[in-house]
Design a protein around this ligand. Structure first.
Ligand SMILES: NC(=O)c1ccc[n+]([C@@H]2O[C@H](COP(=O)([O-])OP(=O)(O)OC[C@H]3O[C@@H](n4cnc5c(N)ncnc54)[C@H](OP(=O)(O)O)[C@@H]3O)[C@@H](O)[C@H]2O)c1
Length: 366
């Protein structure tokens, strides 16, 4: 197994406070130097959140590196994204009804895990004792799950989690940009049992989830209508959209047209609005749903000719494997709005906060 020391900290660097440093070290993986006058501490750079709030709560800091448990892999992160999910947690801007639940999960007054980031693309640095699927040196991409922590030089991921080998022809940045939207869409399309020849409408078609939805729906043989602002028509058509609707010019739910599947990534299409846009046996996919939407979904599904599907997505390894295969075959491509170095983390969050990003905002980490 490779040594996981990210940076050597000399005795004099810590003002002689070796004992304090060693205490901290023993909580993470440490390789203490043989020489009496220095310590080798696994340290790394990470974008750390001091509390909930504006992007300015984020700053680059030196923190102790994580160590993989027996069934985990340690990844040297080359690229990640600032997803809409990261921006939500940073701002404590949770969907309606989730405010208390989310704070119980993420931390009441400040985040329990101060390093955000779920999308990971990088190189396996070290593996736990029981890991057989990956070896140091493997190029991988996937998601770190609820543990987050990808906005750092090193990140741990369960070896059985949502992680796969990165296709050789795809950069780390492209791989990271595919993951958040791609896995979300694959999970919702699986639950909706999207079939060849069906008509799909994607509301919010130019965001990370939207650009994945257009491409994956086309791959599955659907007819796709993209709803976005006029400035994004060219983008969504280049991804395969058959029809585009400018939300500033027309309400897709005006009853003039119907679809088999309506996917809402914006949060302005609850069932009471979208039912006019659904064919019989149509499915409404509420990617952004309030607690009320989730609780009432089974009721609408039971009492109407439609099905409402809402709630968090599962992170399955098969999703990243599918994305890798489709990207390798050139059937899907990453859409990157902008790339930022890790030290520009606050600027990256500000772009995501605008609510107008195209595809993904990528972080170049190391
Ligand atoms: N259920 C889950 O587990 C799950 C998983 C992933 C994501 N999500 C949620 O899904 C949402 C979407 O994520 P994302 O990353 O795709 O967001 P995003 O990238 O920020 O999407 C922004 C896009 O929405 C479009 N938009 C804004 N207002 C619109 C309107 N009124 N009508 C149509 N389009 C509009 C914008 O296009 P224009 O610039 O053209 O306006 C922009 O391209 C987020 O809220 C996220 O939290 C949920």
């Amino acid at each position: 197994m490779r040594q996981i020391v990210a940076k050597t900290v000399l005795h004099r660097d810590v003002g002689g406070d070796c004992a304090a440093m060693h205490t901290r070290c023993s909580q993470s993986r440490v390789d203490r130097g043989a020489a009496a006058n220095h310590c080798c501490v696994a340290m790394m750079k990470a974008a750390v959140m001091s509390g909930y709030g504006a992007p300015s709560v984020l700053a680059l800091r030196d923190v102790s590196a994580p160590a993989p448990k027996d069934d985990e892999i340690l990844v040297r992160v080359r690229a990640s994204t600032v997803s809409s999910g990261d921006a939500r947690v940073r701002a404590a801007n949770f969907p309606g009804g989730f405010e208390v639940i989310a704070r119980l999960v993420f931390g009441w007054t400040k985040p329990r895990q101060p390093v955000l980031g779920v999308d990971v693309a990088g190189v396996v640095e070290a593996v736990g004792k029981t890991v057989v699927d990956f070896r140091p040196g493997d190029e991988v991409f996937g998601m770190s799950g609820m543990g987050m922590g990808a906005h750092a030089e090193l990140c741990v991921i369960s070896s059985k989690g949502c992680i796969a080998r990165k296709p050789a022809g795809l950069s780390f940045e492209q791989s990271a940009a595919l993951t958040f939207g791609g896995t979300t869409v694959l999970d919702f399309f699986r639950r909706a049992r999207l079939a060849r020849g069906e008509r799909v409408l994607v509301n919010g078609a130019s965001g990370a989830v939207g650009v994945a939805a257009i491409q994956l729906a086309k791959h599955l043989g659907a007819h796709v209508t993209a709803v976005c602002s006029a400035r994004n028509f060219e983008l969504v058509e280049s991804l395969g959209a058959d029809q585009v609707i400018d939300y500033n010019a027309r309400d897709f739910a005006d009853g003039r047209e119907q679809w088999d599947v309506v996917m809402d990534t914006v949060g302005n299409t609850p069932y009471r609005r979208s039912k006019r846009a659904l064919r019989d046996r149509g499915r409404l996919l509420l990617v952004l749903a309030t607690l009320r939407d989730i609780v009432t979904a089974p009721w609408f599904s039971w009492t109407s000719k439609h099905r409402v599907i809402a709630g968090p997505v599962e992170e399955r390894r098969e999703y990243v494997e599918t994305l890798a295969e489709l990207a390798r075959e050139g059937r899907i491509r990453a859409v990157i709005d902008q790339e930022f170095a890790l030290e520009r983390i606050a600027e990256a969050h500000a772009v995501v906060d605008s609510g107008r990003k195209r595809g993904s905002v990528v972080l170049r980490v190391s």
